[in-house]
Design a protein around this ligand. Structure first.
Ligand code: ASP
Length: 420
């Protein structure tokens, strides 16, 4: 029998996991069973992915930058990467705004449902508001200041410090390019070999992926709230999904137009990373796999992918920004507010910045949404309205975040002739 492709295996894991979760949730004590005996395996899987994130970024970026051999190439690469990332994010927010204005999902929410939800979810949303509050007190240049670490070992101790690690790795890579070749050779060889080992570790972890996603989905479904709320939020859900699908279509088209690669080629190459993004809701946890797929299956040379993807995982979140735009306007509609054109244009700017600032972990988009709501004068209590369906939407927007990063790495690679 021919072995099932990895993406089919993962998909099977997702489906069987969801079914198992549904069955378990019907039994008394099912939730506890899943917490004690299933969830830990999902956690182990995510942890092992996160475990290699920091060493992977260090090794891949140092190797990538030193392979460039010429600093001027780096600034070209950096400029294009940031430029295309911002463009795709602005497109995503605009798409979100178009769909939410056309479909108007918030108009159908009755006053009764609104009050009920706000009461039910008041305490859950408090956490998000508080996290957002601490961020509010920061000055405008704080993100730039935060990017520069004062101690690389301290940064490497927390996966949230991706940008600091990227900063160090690029800086180190530049240093490596600037010293005489014979002096840097040992260091370069070390990082080349180190990088190979890490990529092999990714392969090994992926062998467990079907089981990992099975456990994640089973636990998620077993613990999810009742489905009634979904109906009230149906249109909101549909609006975000339509927007996300439209965004995927834009990626596929731009790949077809600019790189002449077919949609099936792209889908085959990236689908394991997409399925993993869906199951983990975290682009950071998916990064090792995205990097491996883009480099080994989509033909992007490593010096480009190792630079573009880690940066993308931290600053490029098209799915998140699209969702933030839809959510903000949806809440406004539910509260009967009319948003002017200029406010909506402002949402484009704030949602773009908010998605850059969002961490690549589950639920991060919701924290930053508080900022977008604040900007547009929309009541923060409205977060309670979208809370119930946030997790499934988080899973879907993370798929788009990861697909966007992969797309941009192909476009950038093509533009500097580094696409095989
Ligand atoms: N979970 C998303 C990610 O990791 C971020 C978010 O939208 O909450 O890409």
């Amino acid at each position: 029998m021919k072995k099932l492709g990895l993406h089919w295996q993962i998909l099977l894991g997702i489906i069987l996991g969801a079914i198992t979760g549904m069955i378990i949730s019907n039994f008394e004590g099912g939730k506890e069973f899943s917490q004690d005996w299933i969830k830990p395996f999902g956690k182990i899987f995510i942890k092992s992915l996160k475990l290699i994130a920091v060493p992977l970024i260090l090794a891949a970026l140092i190797k990538g930058v030193s392979d460039l051999k010429d600093i001027s190439k780096l600034s070209k690469l950096g400029g294009r990467t940031i430029g295309i990332y911002i463009t795709t994010t602005v497109i995503a927010v605009s798409l979100g705004l178009v769909f939410v204005n056309l479909i108007q999902p918030g108009v159908s929410i009755s006053k009764k449902t609104r009050t009920e939800m706000i009461e039910n979810y008041a305490s859950s949303t408090q956490k998000y508001k508080e996290t957002a509050k601490t961020r509010e007190s920061y000055g405008p240049l704080k993100p730039l200041e935060d990017m520069v670490p004062s101690n690389i070992f301290a940064s490497a101790m927390n996966n949230r410090n991706m940008l600091q690690i990227i900063f160090f790795a690029v800086f180190f890579g530049i240093g490596l390019v600037l010293i005489p070749e014979e002096k840097g050779k040992t260091v370069k060889d070390f990082f080349d070999g180190f990088n190979e080992v890490i990529l092999k570790m990714v392969d090994l972890i992926m062998l467990a992926a079907p089981f990992g996603v099975f456990a994640l989905l089973a636990a998620l479904v077993a613990e999810s709230p009742s489905a009634d709320l979904f109906t009230a939020l149906g249109w909101y859900f549909v609006t975000v999904i339509i927007g996300l699908l439209a965004m995927i279509l834009i990626y596929v088209l731009s790949i077809l137009i600019f790189t002449k690669k077919s949609p099936t080629f792209f889908a085959k190459g990236i689908s394991p990373a997409q399925l993993l993004a869906f199951s983990t809701s975290s682009s950071a946890a998916t990064l090792p796999v995205t990097l491996e797929r883009v480099t080994e299956h989509l033909g992007v040379e490593e010096e480009v992918s190792s630079f573009v993807l880690p940066i993308g995982a931290t600053i490029n979140m098209d799915g998140t920004s699209l969702y933030q735009a839809v959510a903000a306007v949806f809440i406004a509609q539910a509260f009967g507010m009319d948003l002017s054109l200029s406010t909506q244009l402002g949402i484009i700017a704030t949602a773009t910045l908010a998605s850059i600032g969002s961490a690549a972990v589950p639920g991060a988009g919701m924290v930053m949404l508080v900022g977008v709501l604040g900007y547009a004068g929309i009541p923060e209590a409205g977060l309670a309205l979208i809370f119930a369906v946030d997790r499934p939407l988080d899973m879907c927007r993370t798929v788009v975040n990861v697909t966007g990063d992969a797309t941009v790495s192909m476009l950038v690679a093509k533009s500097i002739r580094k696409l095989k």
